[in-house]
Ligand binder design. Structure first.
Ligand SMILES: [Fe+2]
Length: 293
C-alpha cells in the first residue's frame, strides 16, 4: 500500500462502525497518516476549503433568526439544567494540555490572513438582536463532501480531512485517542478579541442526540450552559464537555486575548456507548441525563 492509499484508507476506515482504529493496527495506521508530508491528503478536500473568501453564506432575514420556539420539551424529571457531562475522566487531559502552545502558535499564524470562516450560531439564539456571526472564526479540519448541514454531523462517511489537518497534525493525533469509532466534522473555533458567543441552541429536534466532544487546552474561554427559565449559567470547569444543545442554551462570555476550543462530532465507540445511560424520553437530553447521576 503506498502512502497516499494509506492516508486515504485511514479516513475511509473511520466511516465503518465495524472498524475501530483504537485497535493496535488501526491506531498505527492513523498515527502514520499524520506524519505524511502536507501534500498527502486528498486533493478534493484541499480544493473545497471553507474560508470567508471562497464560501457564499446565506443569511436569513433578521426577523427569522430569533429563537421563537418554546424550549420546554418534556425531559426526565431527574435532569437538572444547566448541565454538561465532563469527559475529563475518559480522555488524556495531560496530553490535551500539552497541545496548548502548539495550537496557539498555529492559530496566531492564521490571524494574519483573516480569511477563516466566521462562526455562525445558527438561528436559535436566545436574545433578540444578538449577532448570528459574532466575529469568532472557525477552522475546519474535516469537512463534508455535501453542502454544510447540521444534520449531517453524524454521517461520518461524508466527512474528509482538509489540508488544515496537516497543519494541526498533533491535534489530529490527539483526536485519534478520543472514544470515537468514526469522526465527522472537526472544527477549531477561535477569537482574538473580547467578543461573546451569544447564547443559542444548536437545533430543536429533541429526538436527535449528536455524539460530540467540545474540548480546550486552557481555561481562557468562559464557555457556559444556560437555563433559559432561571437564567442560571453553568460554566465548564474542566477541559471537556458533552452537552445537551437542544433543551438548554450555550454560549461564551468575552475574554481578552486569543481563546480557542475544538469540537469533534462523530460516532462514539460501542464500548463507550455502553457507559452512557439513555433517557426514555427526549434523546437530545442524554448528556444532561448522564450528568444527573
Ligand atoms: Fe452551538
Amino acid at each position: 500500500m503506498n502512502l497516499l492509499m494509506l492516508s486515504a484508507s485511514v479516513f475511509s476506515a473511520q466511516t465503518s462502525p465495524k472498524k475501530n482504529y483504537h485497535t493496535t493496527a488501526r491506531r498505527e495506521d492513523y498515527f502514520l497518516s499524520f506524519h505524511r508530508p502536507p501534500d498527502m491528503f486528498p486533493k478534493k478536500a484541499m480544493a473545497n476549503l471553507k474560508t470567508d473568501k471562497n464560501m457564499k453564506t446565506r443569511v436569513k432575514p433578521e426577523s427569522r433568526l430569533i429563537d421563537k420556539l418554546a424550549c420546554n420539551a418534556e425531559v426526565d424529571s431527574r435532569i437538572i439544567y444547566p448541565s454538561y457531562k465532563s469527559f475529563d475522566e475518559f480522555i488524556d487531559v495531560d496530553r490535551l494540555r500539552s497541545l496548548d502552545g502548539y495550537l496557539r502558535q498555529r492559530i496566531k499564524r492564521r490571524l494574519q490572513n483573516r480569511d477563516d470562516l466566521k462562526f455562525y450560531t445558527g438561528p436559535y439564539r436566545l436574545e433578540k438582536g444578538s449577532p448570528a456571526r459574532p466575529g469568532s472564526r472557525m477552522i475546519y479540519l474535516a469537512e463534508s463532501e455535501k453542502p454544510d448541514s447540521y444534520f449531517d454531523l453524524d454521517k461520518t462517511e461524508l466527512w474528509h480531512p482538509t489540508v488544515y489537518a496537516n497543519e494541526f497534525a498533533l491535534l489530529m493525533e490527539f483526536i485519534g485517542t478520543l472514544p470515537f469509532q468514526a469522526t465527522g466534522r472537526i472544527l477549531i473555533m477561535y477569537d482574538d478579541a473580547p467578543r461573546e458567543i451569544p447564547a443559542h441552541r444548536d437545533h430543536i429536534k429533541t429526538g436527535i442526540c449528536h455524539e460530540f466532544l467540545w474540548f480546550r487546552t486552557n481555561f481562557k474561554k468562559p464557555f457556559y450552559m444556560l437555563d433559559q427559565n432561571t437564567n442560571e449559567k453553568k460554566y465548564v470547569e474542566g477541559y471537556s464537555a458533552w452537552f445537551d444543545s437542544v433543551n438548554q442554551y450555550h454560549g461564551s462570555d468575552a475574554s481578552d486575548g486569543l481563546s480557542y476550543s475544538i469540537r469533534v462530532d462523530g460516532k462514539f465507540t460501542d464500548e463507550f456507548r455502553a457507559k452512557i445511560p439513555q433517557p426514555k424520553i427526549n434523546l437530545a437530553s442524554t448528556p444532561s441525563y448522564w450528568a444527573s447521576f
